[in-house]
Design a protein around this ligand. Structure first.
Ligand SMILES: [Zn+2]
Ligand SMILES: [Zn+2]
Length: 289
């Protein structure tokens, strides 16, 4: 195969992911290249002011240079961490598979995920208390990936869950499923994204999306689609067995929630998952662990 002289194709491929578009992360103090991050994630992980962890050390992002695709960081010794606030939309591009499961319509396909990082929250390390919320001005980003989504019947939902906690229930179910999915799909929670809404413009009703966090998808949600009963049962157990009163980081709170864990309803999520698990006469429920 003819090649451009001097071209080194392997340099175009990151060892850690399939995305060719990377942002370099450079320590301004030493000039050292610390690593890189996928373009799809750069806005949420290395925006200006972000505290970035690398090999157990903390760095503060001084500048995110969108044109040159690099983040300039400096060693950090402060006592806070940061969490981005994002606005996310999913657009269904192609339906690849569909089945009825646990009383919901479960689909698998390709989606476009559009995201705008709006702000970030600074929180104290010691007690996680919020220090402040700092606005950011970043352009929206978009990538195509694979996702599963399930549509719930809004009439049935209204009988199960009070309207004021509906969005919190959907959101908490999404978080709980994302929390247990790494055990099923052998991945990291940071490889998975989610979105829940009580009205998606394309499905016309309450819908929960779980998507592969890498452009093109890496098979996580395909596995989750096939093992949805197990995923939902594990999510229910996570919530039901957690001794907290209204949700904690061990069950429904997520360290990577773009909505900063608002709103979340633990009792609503439990009811919703119980309803789904009892809707199914499938043997999936009685499979021993
Ligand atoms: Zn809990
Ligand atoms: Zn969330």
């Amino acid at each position: 195969m003819p090649r451009q002289p001097g071209a080194y194709p392997a340099a175009e491929v990151s060892l850690r992911s399939a995305s060719p578009e990377q942002f370099a992360i450079v320590d301004v103090a030493s000039g050292e290249l610390l690593g890189s991050t996928e373009a799809a994630r750069a806005h949420s992980t290395v925006h200006e002011g972000a505290i970035y962890l690398h090999l157990g050390r903390s760095y503060e992002v001084r500048e995110l240079d969108l044109e040159r695709r690099r983040a300039l960081v400096a060693p950090f010794t402060g006592d806070w961490y940061t969490q981005p606030k994002r606005e996310t939309d999913t657009t269904i591009q192609r339906l690849l598979d569909r089945r009825d499961a646990l009383g919901v319509t479960l689909s698998f396909g390709e989606v476009a995920v559009t995201e705008t990082v709006l702000a970030y929250q600074r929180r104290r390390l010691a007690d996680h208390a919020q220090i402040d919320l700092v606005a950011l001005e970043l352009p929206e980003t978009s990538f195509s990936t694979q996702a599963l989504w399930f549509e719930l019947d809004s009439g049935e939902l209204a009988e199960t869950i009070p309207l004021e906690s509906l969005l919190g229930a959907l959101h908490a179910v999404e978080h709980a499923q994302i929390a247990v999915l790494p055990l099923i799909a052998m991945c990291d929670r940071w490889d998975i994204g989610g979105l829940s809404t009580n009205l998606h413009p394309q499905t016309g009703g309450p819908t929960i999306f779980i998507y592969d966090g890498h452009p093109g998808g890496i098979g996580i949600t395909r596995t989750a689609f096939h093992r949805f009963e197990e995923l939902s049962r594990d999510a229910h157990r996570l919530i039901a067995e957690c001794p907290c009163a209204s949700g904690c980081p061990s069950c429904i709170q997520s360290p990577k929630c773009g909505n900063l864990n608002e709103p979340l309803s633990k009792p609503g999520a439990r009811l919703l998952l119980e309803r789904m698990l009892t809707a199914s006469p499938e043997p999936a429920l009685s499979v021993p662990l």
